[in-house]
Design a binder for this molecule. Structure first.
Ligand code: NAD
Ligand code: UDP
Length: 350
């Protein structure tokens, strides 16, 4: 990766993946502007960066035009709720975030002559009829189901990216991210790893939807970040779409078993109905990422789960032990309990 110091914008930078990406970009010496409306992201995720001279947080909704002073070299567009629970809470808002958000970052990229990367998703393949999924597979999405706001939104965003590329020659990168996990996942976002880990640690029932034979392939956050960076910095002619994920496919019931083993929890398994349109199988073909980027994931599931369990254990213990006053006070201001705050870093600094 090049050693040049870049001006990088990360939309959705206060979320799970975005905040890790901001950390990494700052560590590399880049200047980072994090743009987020704190819909699912939290101020806690970026708090350690707030005093860093090369980091700026702007509270802004990407559905609105994105204006910025000064040079911009790279834009990572991550702004969008990622868990079914959150993206279905405001489906129209989700679809608008995908489409208008893509439009905002593409316009900014055009103005600034910046390179722009879209965080797309394996959900563009829907409930796939081709297995495993190569990038050439065009997908099997129900356009009117409860997941469509996200799936079709992300598909439309890809369309916009490629049309800007074809019409204006904009340097684009489209990453199709498969299920990613690790520290800083949101505790109550309903995703499988955060749900099972928290349930196991609290001794609550592990909620398997359906019979647990549906599969997913889980990629640890550090591996994903390396893939995103390599794609962003790859040769200009590489646009993607490029799958980024771990091909280690697992039935959901195995994930429950592994987490029970690793936590030593005696939680019982409880079966719940399978959500509508829940994909039955998902596994990335990563030949393209291997050949074009020299990327492949290296963190085994057991090791990634250990780090994630450690993170949630600490989070739960800290919440039990620390008095509320210690947690909610920062710079003399009272923060909401979820750790997000409206702190004056608002859109006017755009
Ligand atoms: P996340 O919910 O933790 O982060 C999303 C961030 O975007 C949050 O900080 C949220 O506040 C912000 N956001 C949402 N709507 C916004 C808006 N209108 N304006 C500004 N900010 C907004 O999710 P994540 O897991 O970090 O996912 C990041 C990106 O990666 C998303 O685009 C998601 O679709 C994509 N992705 C994630 C996964 C995964 O497994 N985590 C898989 C595939 C794709
Ligand atoms: N799932 C489950 N129990 C839970 C949460 C999720 O069995 O408590 C299942 C869900 O039905 C899906 C898989 O785990 O088959 C992955 O769900 P998640 O929401 O994490 O990701 P996505 O469905 O978007 O891949």
């Amino acid at each position: 990766m090049s050693g040049a110091k870049l001006n990088v914008v990360v939309t959705g930078g206060a979320g799970f993946i975005g905040s890790h990406l901001c950390d990494r970009l700052i560590q590399r010496g880049h200047r980072v502007v994090c743009v987020d409306n704190l819909y699912t992201g939290t101020f806690d995720n970026i708090r350690p960066l707030m005093n860093h001279p090369a980091f700026q947080f702007i509270e802004h909704d990407v559905r609105d035009e994105l204006k910025m002073r000064g040079p911009v070299d790279r834009i990572y567009n991550l702004a969008c709720p990622a868990s079914p629970r959150h993206y279905q809470r405001d489906p129209i808002g989700t679809l608008r975030t995908c489409v208008l958000g893509a439009s905002s970052v593409l316009e900014l990229a055009r103005q600034k002559e910046a390179r722009v990367l879209q965080a797309s998703t394996s959900e563009v393949y829907g409930d796939p009829e081709v297995h495993p999924q190569p990038e050439s597979y065009v997908g099997h999405v129900n356009p009117i189901g409860p997941r469509a706001c996200y799936d079709e939104g992300k598909r439309s965003a890809e369309t916009l990216f490629f049309d800007y590329h074809r019409l204006y020659g904009l340097p684009i990168k489209v990453a199709r991210i498969f299920n990613t996990y690790g520290p800083r996942m949101v505790e109550n976002d309903g995703r499988i790893i955060s749900n099972f880990v928290v349930q196991a640690l609290k001794g609550e029932p592990i909620t398997i939807y359906g019979d647990g034979t549906q599969t997913r392939s889980f990629c640890y956050i550090d591996d994903l970040l390396t893939g995103l960076e390599l794609l962003m910095e790859s040769d200009k002619k590489i646009t993607g779409p490029c799958n980024l994920g771990n091909p280690n496919e697992q039935p959901i019931k195995n994930i429950a078993r592994l987490i029970l083993q690793q936590t030593g929890s005696r939680s019982k398994i409880e079966h719940h109905p399978l959500p509508q349109d829940d994909p039955k199988r998902r596994q990335p073909v990563i030949t393209k990422a291997r050949d074009l980027l020299g990327w492949q994931p290296g963190v085994p599931l057991e090791r990634g789960l250990r780090a994630t369990i450690d993170y949630f254990s600490l989070k739960l213990v800290t919440r039990e032990v620390l008095p509320a006053a210690v947690r909610v006070r920062s710079n003399g201001r009272v923060l909401p309990r979820n750790g997000s705050q409206r702190n004056g870093h608002r859109a006017q600094s755009l």
